[in-house]
Design a protein around this ligand. Structure first.
Ligand SMILES: [Zn+2]
Length: 392
């Protein structure tokens, strides 16, 4: 039997979930939607306001008579922080409970050239900066890594082999916050189904386009993890003929055909500034887009090759998971205008309904947004973990 305290925190969680899923509403509507009495809801809202989790505001409804209704909605008193460690950058994003980005940064960094402890020290400093530069109290950190994790330990990382065995949470223990760790593509897929044009879509495949290529699969509303946490890790499928060496030590993996390295090798000679890993990736991709728009034949051919390679692999994923949409993220989204036609042609030759492909609107922030959502989840599970007057 539940104690009174357990019932109370379950009711607080139910009210918070209702506001998250359905948006702001009146106390009376919240009572109807949660099946609780108006008196109970009133007391719950008072407590949630004191914890900085909801706010009340007068809203005038056009055409209504009498005094304006007061709506209750999620507030920005607390935030979750997402961190992404990738091959060539570190990113941090603080997202408050109301869904507003409070702070974000992305720094070009030669991660394989540094020891994990050094990279995590930099990440820790960025998280501290994120906390210092906005008022929402951080409730947790979730770190995205381009590989497989068990608990908070990196188990596989084809493009960051030096990270295997690294306990990422231990490296950030100095923050004094709960730290969880996840795969970058999985967290990106969660970001896609949490907000934006694909919010609530129960069957979705997300593909990360970075140095490596990863996949996050949401099926029946749940993230596919598999028996060892590597479900959906599609970059190393032997999908296409070819013997280019891969970061994983094998040859002919899908990411050797569609990864960022494949695009840059096909589009530019080794001494071309496009191939300079010290240059900001978005600058380099901007240059690729500019060359393609100017009609540069080599660039267009390179992009068409990526699009076709993506379509070949996407056809396998569509056949396996029958997603409503395959979302292309990372660099795929930046150069997407040149990928979609060859991609859809390759897809249409293999499966029904080749239109189920979309470009991510989250750019390179998908993994950190997903991480921030995951970091906020404990608040939705139990709002009482946030101290009273957290927002003060
Ligand atoms: Zn591989």
């Amino acid at each position: 039997m539940q104690t009174q305290g357990q019932v109370r925190s379950a009711n607080l969680a139910a009210a918070l979930a209702c506001l998250r899923d359905g948006g702001p509403r009146s106390r009376a509507r919240l009572a109807t939607d949660t099946g609780l009495t108006k008196a109970t809801v009133s007391s719950l809202v008072t407590e949630l306001v004191e914890r900085g989790l909801v706010a009340e505001g007068a809203v005038h409804r056009p055409g209504s008579v009498g005094r304006p209704g007061t709506l209750v909605g999620l507030a920005g008193g607390v935030c979750g922080i997402g961190v992404e460690v990738n091959v060539d950058y570190l990113a941090v994003l603080a997202l408050d409970l109301a869904g507003q980005v409070r702070w974000e940064s992305r720094t070009a960094l030669d991660v394989p050239g540094l020891r994990p402890v050094e990279v995590l020290a930099r990440a820790s400093a960025l998280v501290s900066e994120a906390r210092a530069n906005q008022a929402a109290a951080a409730v947790g950190v979730t770190v995205a890594v381009p590989g497989g994790v068990q608990g908070s330990v990196v188990r596989t990382a084809p493009n960051l082999p030096g990270w295997v065995g690294t306990d990422v949470a231990a490296g950030l223990a100095g923050l004094g916050l709960p730290v969880t760790v996840g795969n970058d593509a999985d967290l990106s897929a969660l970001a896609e189904v949490s907000a934006g044009p694909h919010a609530g879509v129960p069957d979705l495949v997300y593909l990360t386009g970075e140095v490596g290529v990863g996949g996050g699969v949401v099926t029946g509303g749940q993230l596919l993890r598999g028996s060892t946490g590597l479900g959906g890790e599609v970059g190393h499928l032997a999908l296409t003929p070819g013997d280019a060496p891969c970061g994983c030590g094998r040859r002919g993996c899908w990411e050797t055909v569609v990864g960022l390295g494949a695009l840059l090798r096909a589009a530019a000679d080794p001494d071309d500034p496009l191939r300079d890993p010290g240059r900001d990736l978005e600058d380099r991709l901007g240059e690729v887009v500019a060359r393609a728009r100017a009609g540069d034949a080599r660039t267009l051919e390179a992009l068409a090759g990526i699009g076709t390679g993506l379509g070949v692999g996407a056809a396998v994923l569509v056949a396996l998971f029958d997603p409503a949409v395959v979302v292309l993220g990372g660099y795929f989204a930046v150069v997407g205008e040149f990928l979609l036609d060859p991609l859809r042609a390759a897809l249409a030759a293999r499966v029904e309904d080749a239109d189920r492909v979309a470009l991510s609107t989250l750019g390179f922030t998908a993994a950190v947004r997903g991480g921030a959502h995951v970091a906020l989840q404990p608040v939705f599970d139990n709002p009482t973990i946030v101290p009273l007057e957290a927002s003060a």
